[in-house]
Design a protein around this ligand. Sequence first.
Ligand code: SF4
Ligand code: SF4
Length: 174
Amino acid sequence: MAFIPWSHVSLWRCNGCGICCREFEVVLTFNEWLNITKKYGVGFTKSGLNKFYIGKKPDGSCIFLYMAPDGKWLCGLQDNKPLACKLWPFKVLNKPKYGNSKEALFQYYGQNFYVYIDTFCPGIYWGQPTAELIYKVIPEFIEIALGIRQRQIYSTMQFTPRFLIIKKRDYTLI
Ligand code: SF4
Ligand code: SF4
């Protein structure tokens, strides 16, 4: 894992490659573990070193990962996704843990955050930060990290690309 400050990135878009759901162990909070075991059973989780984790399939991928008909990988938990999954590949911190403090600084409603992105994710577009990254994507990740937002729009794969919505509107107008 290598973390870069948000200001090195033009935009981030999840492309549904599913790599993160195959390569990493997802640590669960106690409540997340409880909710999953109540709904699906203990076999959908595992424990070790005083922590709870999401269960894995024999191929090493997350037990909730499945492929949609369009070939994109989707999460079977959706609205009940663990916080660790919701925040990936962003790190929202109150200290510049991974260096480059000036480049990582992001001020939101007068509060200082240090925002980094894991370069392991192929959804990163390098370059000058776009308005979407600054005003939509990062604020949403911050609100999720703070626990004041649950619903994901810009911090997850967007099912209907916005250019299709615009085209549909254009078509209706014609
Ligand atoms: S968050 Fe990144 S690694 Fe995970 S599915 Fe999306 S693009 Fe792929
Ligand atoms: S819970 Fe969902 S998002 Fe998290 S690793 Fe599993 S499939 Fe991926």
